[in-house]
Design a protein around this ligand. Sequence first.
Ligand code: 13P
Length: 365
Amino acid sequence: MAAAESLRAPIILSLAESHFEFFDFELLIAAVERAAERSTVPVAIHLDHGSSLESAVRAINLGCTGVMVDASSHPLDENIARTREVVEMARGCGVPVEGELGYVPGVEGEDAARHPGELVYTTVEEAQRYVAETGVDFLAVSIGTVHGRMQGEPQLDFQRLADIDHALSDVPLVIHGGTGLSEAQYRRLIENGVAKINYYTALADAAGQRILANGREHPTAGYTTQVNGVADAIQNEAERCIELWGSADRADKLLKKCRPWQPVEHLIVYNVQGLDEAGVTRIMADGRRILGTIPGVRRVFTGAAVGNESSYRYSWLVRFCDAAVIDSYRDDPRHRDFADNRFRPYADGRISIDYKQIVYGSEKS
Ligand code: 13P
């Protein structure tokens, strides 16, 4: 974020599902979201290499504004089917989806030469079919990069990239395994339709090298000394990439075209007939559990009026990540079942209104 701010660059912050064993996704994304909110450059928060529909729903509900579904290790038909169900769900949340076709082997943060599995190139014909049948908003292609630390300069198939870009002219392309390419290679990627480069290993290595240097210099020092300068090391490397990839000074122009992330509060105030207090509490608990897992639902607040003056005794406040969720939530079978069978029979005469947040970002200069 510091690099993006200092160079006025739009930025995508990705959290990779394969890293969830190293941090608590729910806790970290709250901090990432706060960093995005207080930033003055456009920021997207993206789930990287999501493995399933469930993980995509969870990511959206926790705050991701874009998701990747990576079913690229499956045969084409299955990749298409798995990707399509994520796209259908995410459309209902106003969230774009990245798919991957072909296989970019390797593990972020490891030596690329030790990668498991063989590289599978994306073909033009499969890319056309995949995009047409899944409706993905951006496509990760395999043209010779490998996740992880490179030795030597990889061979990239630029002709293949140009052909895919030509065939899919309105779909931005994504390159995974961005670490370790030459400056000329980055330029040719971007000239041939690449709009997003995934870059992890070099940033992690910048952090690791700083820690090792601190350890050599202060072998007995504690944690804060050992990690001193890590943020600066990552920022320097991120700034190098932002300058090189041409996204510096693009934030303000892009902001004019951006649709801000705009949550909606679905508010219901109601009274209850034919239920005691314990029954009301039970319905609220069921509602929080059931409605909270519907795609695009960020939070379910259930409330009781403070004091006796209000003519409405209880409330629901259901936060949607986007106005698109108003329709998809209404039609979701879990919501229909809960509303028709558990809630509405007891809550006659309720008021229900959807409010969009209109001051989002206005605190910024
Ligand atoms: P590198 O770690 O090789 O930069 O790749 C990152 C990546 O593609 C994450 O999805």
